[in-house]
Write a protein that binds this ligand. Structure first.
Ligand SMILES: Cc1ncc(COP(=O)(O)O)c(C=O)c1O
Length: 399
């Protein structure tokens, strides 16, 4: 056996990843991938931008760039983040290779083996994977309809101090919820004077479906008037395309300084090619109309899935209707195991992701995540019907 490093010795392929290999049939209706819809990418706009681009800029695009990012993109992004109330003047902005890289860099910067990192449960699988890679001890706090369970968090904080608390306040992956403003403020109060980094992952900020939800998306970092050290990450993945591999990190100068050096050792710079294109996209004013379009499209898909769930799911299955983002998070009755359901539904032609995948403690067996973002609209009803049949079959067998 190769003499693997201590860091990776304990890494295993997840059960669900293995299961998903079964779900690659082309005719399968997949609600598994938390991805944008291929047909919505702004292919024509990007083609036009590149064709009309100044030749000197094209050459820049092929070249290496500065580690913190392509300067014009950093400027445009700063202006954009300023509109969200984020402290771009007192903090430093760095472009990263997807926001996953920002999480990774922060992990490298702060986590020693055995350090405590706290997450929500459920939480984003990519974040959990990073913390596991750095051999953090992970404790997770349940999510409620309006955000993290503050009482449960307070109980843990009375005994232990994590290095990082990782949260996804807007249109959570996988839970679909959004934090109330009250909870955002109370969370900051709770973390005051504790020297815990609040890692705020805001990958879905723009994907709201109504004005009420939009009003709630103000980042925790923008509300912060305390001494709490918030590190904010965002991404072009859901608002332009994950293939660009562009995200960002906004952090205090101290954290940024070391983060830059770490990034230099990882990839020198994020792709300059896509940074130049992303900058053109923003500068030419294409971002807003594009966001307007995709919000409508995902809203429609959300409505279609909600209608299908209401039509087909047995009443024992519970969920909240997401006000933005990509996901429905369904709760099955206690004692049920979503794995049995997905095994059956894959055979019948539809797939989703089981809740256990998103639980750092791998205990949440009775949840399922259905993403409406990636599937064609005309397949949503059929896919939900198949999954609901598997749920009903399982309920008959085990009741
Ligand atoms: C909550 C959350 N954070 C981060 C990411 C990763 O984004 P990126 O493509 O920018 O690395 C995702 C992608 O699904 C996500 O759901």
């Amino acid at each position: 056996m190769p003499n693997f490093s201590q860091t990776v010795q304990h890494i295993r392929s997840s059960e669900i990843r293995d299961l998903m290999k079964l779900a690659t049939r082309s005719d399968i209706i997949s609600f598994a991938g938390g991805m944008p819809n291929n047909d919505l990418f702004p292919v024509a706009e990007i083609e036009e931008l590149f064709l009309k681009m100044d030749p000197e800029k094209k050459k820049t695009a092929f070249q290496y760039g500065p580690t913190p990012g392509y300067p014009p993109l950093l400027e445009a992004l700063k202006e954009y983040l300023r509109t969200k109330g984020l402290p771009v003047d007192t903090h430093k902005l760095m472009i990263t290779t997807g926001s996953m890289q920002a999480i990774n860099i922060l992990g490298m910067e702060f986590i020693n083996p055995g350090d405590l990192v706290m997450t929500e449960t459920p939480s984003f699988i990519g974040g959990i994977a990073v913390f596991k890679t750095f051999q953090a001890r992970i404790k997770s706090i349940p999510l409620e309809a309006d955000g993290i369970d503050l009482e449960a968090l307070e109980t843990v904080l009375e005994k232990e101090t994590p290095k990082i608390l990782y949260v996804i306040p807007n249109f959570h992956n996988p839970a679909g919820i959004i934090y109330s403003k009250e909870k955002r403020l109370k969370l900051l109060e709770l973390l005051k004077d504790k020297n815990i980094i609040l890692l705020e992952d805001d990958a879905y900020n723009e994907l709201y479906f109504n004005n009420e939800a939009k009003a709630m998306t103000t980042p925790i970092m923008a509300l912060n008037k305390t001494d709490v050290e918030v590190v904010y990450t965002g991404s072009f993945s859901k608002i332009l395309g994950p293939g660009f591999r562009l995200g960002w990190m906004l952090a205090s100068p101290e954290i940024y300084e070391k983060a830059q050096i770490i990034k230099q050792g990882i990839d020198s710079c994020s792709p300059n090619f896509t940074q130049v294109l992303a900058h053109e996209f923003m500068q030419k004013g294409y971002l807003e109309p594009y966001l307007h379009k995709i919000r409508q499209e995902y809203h429609e898909r959300r409505d279609l899935m909600q209608a299908a769930l209401k039509k087909y799911m047995p009443q024992e299955v519970q969920w909240q209707v997401p006000q933005g983002g990509f996901y429905f998070w369904l709760k099955l009755p206690e004692g049920m195991d979503a794995k049995e359901i997905v095994k059956d539904s894959i055979i019948k032609g539809a797939v989703f992701v089981t809740g256990k995948t998103f639980d750092p403690q791998a205990e949440n067996l009775n949840y399922m995540r259905l993403a409406y973002s990636n599937m064609d609209k005309n397949q949503i009803d059929e896919g939900v019907k198949i999954i609901a049949e598997s749920v009903k079959k399982y309920m008959r067998v085990y009741s």
